[in-house]
Design a protein around this ligand. Structure first.
Ligand code: AMP
Length: 210
């Protein structure tokens, strides 16, 4: 099962990807997490990506295409994977298609910009493993500490309100056209965001026929 999760920044892709990955026993691949770890480690890719990320802009397609083709070639992707945050542009989707990467389903999580702005202020991520939390909706067992790895939970620089606005604009302009791209290929499933994380997961699993 090769799956793409689409949705605005803050739609809950990361949280849902973690749940689906446990349920379906396939890895989640998040280019955002790969890039944040590259920035933290000061790798050449990280150095290239940092300024774009801090400004809420997209990292150039060729950087992303390089990262993703390397990652999908790894052994744990043999039985399928969930992509979170990629592809993000038509050019990325076309490059993946050209490389022979085929998707079974594309799930788009639908949520209003207003709801995103409200929710982003509470988002926290683990600085070690990238797991996502929300102060109200998905709190960690111990405040400030990751349930999975014990890492420290932090607010992302790009979750600040002005950057979130910029990221939403980029989403509508660059990423939302992917819905039509996959709709004409017959694999788009739109799922409305639900009041709770669990209900949204159930809606996604239902849309996937599980
Ligand atoms: P995310 O965690 O998916 O919200 O990604 C955080 C930031 O990383 C984005 O705002 C972009 O700057 C960059 N990024 C992540 N994935 C991509 C992608 N597929 N294409 C371009 N930039 C990306």
């Amino acid at each position: 099962m090769n799956l793409i999760l689409l949705g605005a920044p803050g739609a809950g892709k990361g949280t849902q990807a973690e749940i689906l990955c446990r349920e379906m026993k396939i890895p989640t691949i998040s280019t955002g997490n790969i890039l944040r770890s590259a920035v933290k480690n000061g790798t050449p890719t990280g150095l290239k990506a940092k300024a774009f990320m801090d400004a809420g802009k997209l990292v150039p397609d060729e950087v992303i295409i390089g990262i993703i083709s390397e990652r999908l070639a790894e052994d744990d992707c043999k039985n399928g994977y969930i992509l979170d945050g990629v592809p993000r542009t038509i050019a990325q989707a076309e490059a993946m298609e050209k490389a022979g990467i085929v998707f079974d389903d594309v799930v788009s999580i639908e949520i209003s910009d207003e709801a995103i702005m409200d929710r982003m202020s509470g988002r926290r991520v683990c600085e070690s493993c990238g797991a996502s939390y929300h102060l109200v909706a998905v709190p960690p067992k111990t405040p400030g500490i990751c349930d999975h790895c014990g890492g420290k939970l932090v607010q992302r620089h790009d979750d600040e309100p002005e950057t979130v606005k910029a990221r939403l604009e980029v989403y509508h302009k660059e990423t939302e056209p992917l819905k039509d791209f996959y709709r004409v290929r017959g694999i788009l499933k739109s799922v409305e965001n639900q009041p709770t994380v669990t209900e949204t997961s159930q809606a996604i699993l239902h849309a996937l026929g599980r």
